[in-house]
Design a protein around this ligand. Structure first.
Ligand code: PBG
Length: 323
C-alpha cells in the first residue's frame, strides 16, 4: 500500500497537527435571556444550565463570561404578558427592561460585543415576528416597527443588530434607518436563512414567545429548500448585511457551506435551543457523552463554514480553554 491514511491518525500529537478545524472560544456568541425583577434567576426547564436573569444578575453573568474569554453576547428579553401588544411598542420603550439593561451592560462592559435581536415576537401579543392583521403577517408595515426597534437599540450601544424576523427587505430598511440616525458603525447580522424549525421550542419556553395562533411558515423558510437560502443571502448581502447567518445549525450544514462558498463576508450559524436541549437530555440520561457531543457539534458547524457560532454551550466550551 502506498497510501495509508491511518498514518496521520497514529497519535494524539500527529492528529493534532493535521487537524483542520479548531473551534475557539473567541468564535462563539453566547445568547442570554433577560427577565424582570431584582436578584432573580430561573432555569429554563427545557434548557438545563441556561437561566433567565434579571438585569442586575445579567451583569454578573457577563462579567463571569468575560473572565472566561467570552466577549460576545446575544441578548433576548422575556417580556411580561401585560406589556405585550399588537404593535410591539414595548420594543422601543427606552425605559423598558431590554433597552435599560442594554445601556447598563454597555456602560459596565464597553469592550463587550452585544448583539441585539430585532423581531416583534417577544413583545407581540400575537407571538409573531410581525404585525398581524386578519391572521396575516404584514410585511411592509412591520418594517417600520423593526426600524424603530433597531435605532432604539443602536442608541443604547448595541454593537450588532440581529434581525431575526425574516420580513422581506428588512436588512436594507434597517441599514437605511441606522445610517440616517448616524449609526453607520453599528453592524447587521442578518438571520439570512432562518428555517421554520421544530428546534426553536425551548427558546419559546424561555421567552414565553410561542405564536398564539398558526405557525411561522409564511416568513421563515421551508427546511426542504437551499436555493432559496442563496436568494435570501444575495438580497441580504446587497442590502448591506455585515454577516450572514444560518439557523438552526446542525441540520443545515449544507446551507452553511453553500453560503460560505458564495459570499465573502463572515458566515454565522445559530446552534439553537433544540439542538442544545437534545444533547443535554441525552447526556442526562447517560445515553451520550455530552461534552464530546458538544465539541463534535461545534467543530462540524465550523468545518462546514461558519466562522461564528451562536451557542448555549459557550460557557461550557470556554471551560476547555481553547482561545
Ligand atoms: C424569534 C427568534 C427565535 C429564535 C431566535 N429569535 C424563535 C422563533 O423564530 O420562534 C430561536 C433561537 C433558539 O431556538 O435558540 N425572532
Amino acid at each position: 500500500m502506498i497510501h495509508r491514511p491511518r498514518r496521520n491518525r497514529k497519535s494524539a500529537a500527529v492528529r493534532q497537527i493535521v487537524q483542520e478545524t479548531q473551534v475557539l472560544t473567541s468564535d462563539l456568541i453566547f445568547p442570554l435571556f433577560l427577565t424582570e425583577g431584582k436578584n432573580a434567576s430561573s432555569e429554563v426547564k427545557s434548557m438545563p444550565g441556561i437561566f433567565r436573569f434579571s438585569s442586575d444578575l445579567i451583569l454578573k453573568e457577563i462579567e463571569h463570561c468575560m473572565n472566561m474569554g467570552i466577549r460576545s453576547f446575544a441578548l433576548f428579553p422575556n417580556i411580561s404578558e401585560k406589556l405585550k401588544d399588537k404593535y410591539a411598542t414595548e420594543s422601543y420603550n427606552q425605559n423598558g427592561l431590554y433597552l435599560k439593561s442594554l445601556r447598563e451592560i454597555k456602560r459596565y462592559f464597553p469592550e463587550s460585543c452585544i448583539m441585539t435581536d430585532v423581531a416583534m415576537d417577544p413583545y407581540s401579543s400575537d407571538g409573531h415576528d410581525g404585525i398581524v392583521e386578519n391572521g396575516e403577517i404584514l410585511n411592509d408595515e412591520t418594517l417600520e416597527v423593526l426600524g424603530r426597534m433597531a435605532v432604539a437599540q443602536a442608541a443604547c450601544g448595541a454593537d450588532i443588530i440581529g434581525p431575526s424576523d425574516m420580513m422581506d427587505g428588512r436588512v436594507g430598511y434597517i441599514r437605511n434607518e441606522l445610517d440616517h440616525a448616524g449609526f453607520y458603525k453599528v453592524s447587521i447580522m442578518a438571520y439570512t436563512a432562518k428555517y421554520a424549525s421544530a428546534f426553536y421550542g425551548p427558546f419559546r419556553d424561555a421567552l414565553d414567545s410561542a405564536p398564539k395562533f398558526g405557525d411561522k411558515k409564511t416568513y421563515q423558510m421551508n427546511p426542504a429548500n437551499s436555493k432559496e437560502a442563496l436568494f435570501e443571502a444575495q438580497l441580504d448581502f446587497e442590502e448591506g448585511a455585515d454577516f450572514l447567518m444560518v439557523k438552526p445549525a446542525l441540520p443545515y450544514l449544507d446551507v452553511i457551506k453553500l453560503l460560505n462558498d458564495h459570499f465573502d463576508i463572515p458566515i454565522a450559524a445559530y446552534n439553537v435551543s433544540g439542538e442544545y436541549a437534545m444533547i443535554k437530555a441525552a447526556a442526562q440520561n447517560g445515553w451520550i457523552d455530552g461534552e464530546k457531543a458538544m465539541i463534535e457539534s461545534l467543530t462540524a458547524i465550523k468545518r462546514a463554514g461558519a466562522k461564528i457560532i451562536l451557542t448555549y454551550f459557550a460557557k461550557e466550551y470556554a471551560q476547555l480553554g481553547k482561545y
